[in-house]
Write a protein that binds this ligand. Sequence first.
Ligand code: SF4
Length: 399
Amino acid sequence: MEPIKALKEIKKLTTDYFTAAHMAPHNNKPVVYCNVFTPVELIYAMDMFPVYPENHAAIIGARKMTTELSSAAEGMGYVIDLCSYARCDIGWTKAGISPTWGLPKPDLILVINCQCGTLTKWFEVLSRLYNAPMVLIDIPHSGNGEEDPAAEAYVKRQLEELIKTLETIAGKSLDQAKLKQVMALSRQASELWTRMLVMGENIPSPMTVFDQFISMFPIVSQRGTETAVQFYRNLVQELEERTASKIPAVPNEKFRLFWDNLPIWSELGKLSGFLADRGAAVVTSIYTWAWSQLAVNEQDPLSDWTRQYLYTFNLNLEYRIEKYIELAKLYSLDGFLFHSNRSCKWISQDVMALRDAITERTGIPGVIFEADQNDPRLYSFENLERHIDSFLELLASKR
Ligand code: SF4
């Protein structure tokens, strides 16, 4: 397997980003903690520094520090049933260690509750621990994604209030020209990210979702910066060259699979090697597709953000079934891997109904396995391997 060279840059980008985050208070840049689906372009445009506790937690998982940090949170009274991201991030405040030297103290905590309820409670804990103000943007659940003008007005009003709060903390008004620049960079990064995802449609695929998971850092943490655009430009260029030369991500690609739910951060290397050894290329995932939908229009960004939070992240079952079936056709899929994630009930709740509906409508089988995005104490890797092995045997027998 020939590694993708552009991905080597991720380590440096991550180190530079966390160095800048820790320096932000010394450079008079207010630090804003936010969740991954927030209007981060506003924060950059206000010369503030966005920091993502979810991202911090994922890095803790990938560096295999969950047991130590989660145990610290459990010692504070946070039970193991709580999402492992929350446990890891809260745990560092007690244990005092983390692969990113922790996070700088926030001046503001911003949370948008279109993802899950856990985030709000987790960020409330951080708000109390740091004695920092918190803004909650409340997103009403819009049934099955039907348009709701009253809800749109409600969300948009809250975003207008958010701008006023950011202006008060930054001590200056929002510079509209700067916001447009940041939004343009954000859109370029999203477009490049999407081009990268689409390349998985090629047979053989030049990259797998494991490569995509590794490459996520800039689209999550640096959307709206030149750094993110440059990174994805280089990555896309390399992938186009690999596609033209038919260099596969997985030698002898035999099975083309879909990944549902979050990655298992602590097993990325092991799991991708296990699948590659069996000729299984995981070529797409609903998780990585989420970041292709975050660009906003410069004419009316508040309305675009409102619609994203209300409708795009409404994971209703019918929408998911349609989307997965569409991806199955585009990516010529042979099977679905459903990660039933002990931490993320938000994404895992409909997994059996989802699997059954897709198989019934497409004939493409799917396997459900229990695991956790961060906490290796909550699953057995050996069981997971057994499940996937039997599933690949089933796929082989259908040929
Ligand atoms: S429950 Fe899911 S959406 Fe919520 S913080 Fe955990 S992983 Fe993220």
